[in-house]
Design a protein around this ligand. Structure first.
Ligand code: PLP
Length: 287
């Protein structure tokens, strides 16, 4: 069965889905996106993803192409037409098609909306085999990383560097030697004193929806987190490092630049957080 994509009001075969060459997403990376995991027909943390999409659009002054409930209907329809109960939904909104000119196009220019879905591995049963490794790279991004913009070139280069070195993720470090985030993930660590840490939200990092979901779950369980940045020197002495995202869920990083993290095995804290996310997904509490 062929894949179906949604493009500006139409459901079309994936192989024929296209936007105009003067789409501002294509020419200026003038757009935003979301990636949402769907598990057995239920979108995971749809509310968090929709809220972040609305915020990204607002920050860039891109009009919303459709309202939230219409978007949910489109996501549902894409899933139905692809006959996929589980997988990743990709939503992209750009400022639309207009003659190439850096300044915004005239008011009334219709933003472009594209939705696709692809099959992914199901949510893992356990963390055995669901692990990765990372390299450290300089963070070369702009100053508004809190906006989920499609302008991802530094992230692309970072991930490619990781691939070329046989690692699964690139952890970015800013000019002050502080860890910001992964090329497509939030980074967490357990420090030498046993404290679980991740950076506080700011314009330097994307506000991860998985991060937000885990914070809710942790508060309910009384698991303590310090939202405090950590340096490259600190992460190198961490007892656990793991990354989170809608695609990687909770993924322990067992080696950093080729050196084992802690004892090189899946840690207790990552296992607990993974369990919390697994329960949340199963319970569908967040629907
Ligand atoms: N940080 C970056 C740079 C990302 O690209 C992503 C996800 O794509 C994340 C963090 C994690 O966000 P989420 O948990 O919403 O997937």
């Amino acid at each position: 069965m062929s894949r179906i994509a949604y493009v500006n009001g139409f459901y079309v075969p994936h192989s024929k889905a296209s936007v105009h060459i003067e789409d501002r997403g294509y020419q200026f990376a003038d757009g935003v996106y979301e990636v949402v995991y769907q598990d057995e027909g239920r979108l995971i943390d749809a509310g968090l993803h929709l809220a972040r999409l609305e915020r990204s659009l607002r920050e860039l002054k891109i009009p919303a192409p459709v309202g939230g409930s219409a978007l949910l209907t489109i996501l549902d329809e894409v899933s139905r037409r692809n006959r996929l109960a589980s997988g990743l939904l990709y939503v992209q909104v750009t400022r639309g098609v207009a003659p190439r000119n850096h300044a915004f196009p005239p008011p009334g220019t219709r933003p472009s909306l594209v939705v696709t879905m692809r099959r992914t591995a199901p949510f893992p049963e356990t963390l055995a085999g669901w692990t990765g490794s990372a390299i450290v790279v300089p963070d070369q991004r702009w100053a508004r990383c809190d906006i989920k913009s499609v302008s991802l070139l530094p992230n692309v280069l970072a991930k490619q560097a990781a691939r070329e070195q046989g690692a699964t993720e690139a952890i970015m470090v800013d000019a002050d030697g502080m860890v910001t985030e992964g090329s497509s993930t939030t980074v967490w660590m357990v420090d030498k004193s046993g404290v679980l840490r991740t950076r506080a939200l700011s314009e330097r990092v994307l506000p991860g929806c998985t991060r937000a979901a885990l914070l809710e779950e942790m508060a309910a369980c009384g698991l303590v987190l310090e939202e405090r940045p950590f340096s490259l020197a600190e992460i190198r002495t961490a007892t656990e490092v793991f990354v989170t995202s809608a695609t990687s869920f909770v993924k322990p990083i067992l080696a950093l630049d080729g050196a084992p993290v802690g004892d090189g095995k899946v840690g207790e804290v990552a296992t607990r957080l993974f369990g919390m996310l697994a329960r949340r997904i199963r319970a569908g509490r967040n629907a």
